[in-house]
Design a protein around this ligand. Structure first.
Ligand code: C2O
Ligand code: CU
Length: 568
């Protein structure tokens, strides 16, 4: 029985328990066991083979607190297919071997094998995970990582929710990749549907019900239920295979507060442009007429869209969650409105209280011209006329263990023919080559990368490419139109409050300037996050501080020339 004089004791006990709790939370371990396999699923009503984690696509959300160790035991039950899972946005400081990038940081996980990823989530924010082997990601293997902050955040909300956006193809990744490397070239085309948190709606009318069934509960729309007057933090992420997207909640403004795990100076949008590999947190207040539901939409931008909008329901409690809004979905921005996308990119700045100042100068500048090329009759994407392909033996093992003959020792160029190359005319770079050569960065230096966009092999066409860097965040110093001017454009860099990100778009016919520190020992991919573009060679690899990398676990070995290391 609690006696009167024991109140202080109770208080002390409570305090002690809170402390214990806090201590446990300080060094938490989050353990997950995943089984990865193929399942028949109908995310947009059309039945196909989908890669699931524990039966789910999108896979389970990883919930952790900053500083926690995440352990994921992955069992590859794909039977005839290799696997690797990348933790997108997690820098893997001290654990470059668990980055999950096949060919770069590890050998693929063989069918039947179990692989244990173990890494620290050192910063709060919204991150992703997805397959990083071939074009496996778009078969459905993806999900979200939410890392809670230990400190108060610079904004408040009542509820914390997530929405992953995606586009969806009916053809298998095998048909797609075979087409991309065929002569003649067979482009993957526009996606059949857009998924909102794993759910979409394809028009089944011309198909039989065993193939496409619009009454299948698997393709009932995603519902976000809200209570009038409450504020929702919605973590919006895109893992689209191809599409740049515009995300909207009918009748509601969104206040952007986080981007790729960094707090931004809040700004309000009606529609959020989001590129594959990006994450944002937006605050949405349920402040509209509560007697009805509203549309949540995603639409393709930057390509002449043929895919119908992705639709979900913003449901005001207590309306029925499945009740369709009485309106037609809000119209998307014009697909070719580059200007409004550029403006949004330029608006994203670091939050004043969380600004990490970039170094004011750099030690090395690499300008990367993005072009389409034909090499030996096959269509490719190239950087400075070099189209990238992965070696069979992972770079990390080859470099750390001094295995020779794994990749081309000649690095790709640091620039292109600035004076003579015309970025506005159809690419005709007959001198393009394929290579698995990499950039070797001096450790602990400041590196600038300028992404330079150009015309594709079609007239008057330049695409949006979301570039993602592994192992780092970079500062986004600027965006511009046309050809980057090495002498003058750097004068206008934002060195005051640039946002830090891990994924950034380069807009059509424009350039984007990034800066990062080569301070994370390891080997890191930097590539276009469009699945088919990376497959066609749109990527590079950076090595930094390889001599500082710790002892490699033997679990990442077993393929190519790493086999020799495993022999006694
Ligand atoms: Cu999210 Cu290398 O990718
Ligand atoms: Cu691309």
């Amino acid at each position: 029985m609690v006696q009167l004089h024991s109140a202080p004791k109770l208080l002390a006990l409570c305090f002690f328990l809170i402390l214990v709790n806090f201590y446990i939370a300080e060094a938490g371990v989050r353990h997950y066991k995943w089984e990865v396999k193929y399942d028949f699923r109908s995310p947009d009503c059309y039945k196909k083979l989908v890669i699931t984690i524990n039966g789910k696509s999108p896979g389970p959300t990883i919930e952790a607190q900053e500083g926690d160790t995440v352990i994921v035991e992955v069992n590859n039950s794909l039977l005839t297919e290799n696997l690797a899972i990348h933790w997108h946005g997690i820098r893997q400081i001290g654990t470059p071997w668990f980055d999950g990038t096949e060919g770069v940081s590890q050998c693929p996980i063989l069918p039947g094998d179990t692989f244990v990823y173990q890494f620290v989530v050192d910063r709060p924010g919204t991150y992703l995970y997805h397959a990083h082997y071939g074009m496996q990601r778009e078969a459905g293997l993806y999900g979200m990582i939410r890392v809670a902050s230990k400190d108060p955040e610079p904004f408040s909300y009542d509820f914390d929710r997530s929405i992953i956006l995606n586009d969806w193809y009916h053809k298998s990744t095998y048909e797609q990749s075979a087409g991309l490397s065929s002569i003649p070239f067979q482009w993957v085309g526009e996606p059949q549907s857009l998924l909102i948190h794993g759910k979409g709606r394809f028009n089944c009318s011309s198909l039989t019900a065993d193939v496409c069934n619009s009454t299948n509960p698997q393709c009932s729309p995603f519902v976000q239920t809200v209570v009038t007057g409450k504020t929702y933090r919605i973590r919006v992420a895109s893992l689209s295979a191809l599409s740049a997207l515009s995300f909207q909640i009918e009748g509601h403004n969104m206040t952007v507060v986080e981007a790729d795990g960094h707090y931004v100076e809040p700004f309000v949008v009606k529609n959020l442009y989001i590129y594959s590999g990006e994450t944002y947190s937006v605050l949405v207040k349920a402040n509209q007429d509560p007697s009805r539901n509203y549309w949540i939409t995603s639409n393709v931008v930057s390509r002449n869209r043929t895919t119908p909008p992705g639709l979900a329901i913003f449901n005001y409690y207590p309306n029925h969650p499945m009740r369709s809004p009485p309106t037609t979905p809000p119209p998307p921005p014009a697909w070719d409105n580059v200007e409004s996308r550029l403006i949004q990119s330029l608006t994203i700045k670091a939050h004043p209280n969380y600004t990490i100042k970039p170094p004011t100068t750099s030690d090395r500048v690499i300008v990367m011209l993005n072009t389409q090329n034909t090499i030996d009759g096959v269509r490719h994407w190239s950087v400075n006329n070099v189209s990238f392909f992965l070696p069979h033996t992972p770079y990390l093992v080859a470099l750390k263990e001094n295995i020779n003959g794994v990749f081309n020792q000649r690095p790709p160029p640091d620039g292109y023919d600035f004076n003579n190359y015309d970025i506005l005319s159809v690419a005709n770079n007959t001198n393009a080559t394929s290579s698995n050569g990499i950039y070797r960065l001096q450790f602990n230096t400041t590196v600038d990368v300028i992404l330079q966009n150009a015309n594709t092999m079609n007239k008057n066409n330049s695409e949006t490419h979301p570039w993602h860097l592994h192992g780092h965040d970079f500062w986004v110093l600027g965006y511009g139109k046309g050809k980057f001017d090495v002498n003058n454009d750097p004068k206008n860099y934002n060195l005051v409050n640039p946002i830090s990100k891990n994924t950034v778009p380069v807009h059509p016919f424009g350039w984007t300037a990034l800066r990062f520190r080569s301070d994370n020992p390891g080997v890191w991919a930097f590539h276009c996050h469009i699945e088919s573009h990376f497959y066609m060679g749109m990527g590079v690899v950076f090595e930094e501080g390889i001599d500082r990398v710790g002892k490699l676990p033997s679990s990442i070995m077993g393929c190519g020339k790493t086999k020799n290391l495993l022999r006694p």
